[in-house]
Design a protein around this ligand. Sequence first.
Ligand code: HEC
Length: 242
Amino acid sequence: MKMQGRIIKMGFFALFLGISQAHAVDVVFLTQQGPQVSTKVLKTWSPDELTKISKSGGSISAQAMIIDESTQSLELNDRADVDLVTLYGEKEMARVPRFMIWRGLLKLEWNKKTKTLDSRAQVQQIFPNRILVPGEAFRVHNIQKIELAQHSWVYPGTRLSIRTNPAASRGEKLFTQSCLACHSLPNYKAIQPGMLTAESLKSFNTQHKAFPKVELDARAVRGLVAYRDALAKEKTVVASPK
Ligand code: HEC
């Protein structure tokens, strides 16, 4: 009985140590030189600094922390080109389109006791037709690393070079900001733009019935199909230069 009590006490102590093991949060920049992709640490946020920039309730401005304060060493061009922010947590990760950050849709919460940074977002209510991702997909606990990148580096082969067709551009945004927000994560099936035919999108709503809010309307389908066609056309042109 006595022994058991001691083990339980030790367990609590270890748990306490584990929780209070504060660690820093790195903000890194993904950069591409030729085919080589490398990362550069832009800023390491210590627990003390995070405590300093958090409001009394623990909230931290994502724009201030991730963009304004962390990208000061970046060239203006690189800073402007960042359009995808990946949050790596202890267990989960999330792909956040940058516009959600400057619109204030990504919430960061710093827990001063456990010294952990969590994220959440509420997108559905605000952008019902722009971003088809349930807010839960942006929930990450105990964020350890935040990566800034261009989506075309993270998702090769998805970027349109010619943007003359507004429907295709809309489709590209929907694909990279919504579809890949889930389908680029571990545990989800990988998908490519080539799959976006009108025929295959017919089964979309049944494939996603687990997410009632992830629904395509006719306009979204037209955009995705136009995007697929435009990208296929560009690739043919590039593949057979005169
Ligand atoms: C909230 C997360 C989420 C979003 C957003 C999402 N999907 Fe899915 N999708 C899933 C899940 C979960 C499945 C079931 C299979 C799996 O685990 O990947 C699925 C299945 C699919 C499948 C069938 C794959 C197969 O082989 O069975 C396709 C195709 C697909 N999604 C395309 C899309 C497209 C296109 C978009 C954007 C318009 C999209 N998804 C947005 C989560 C998502």
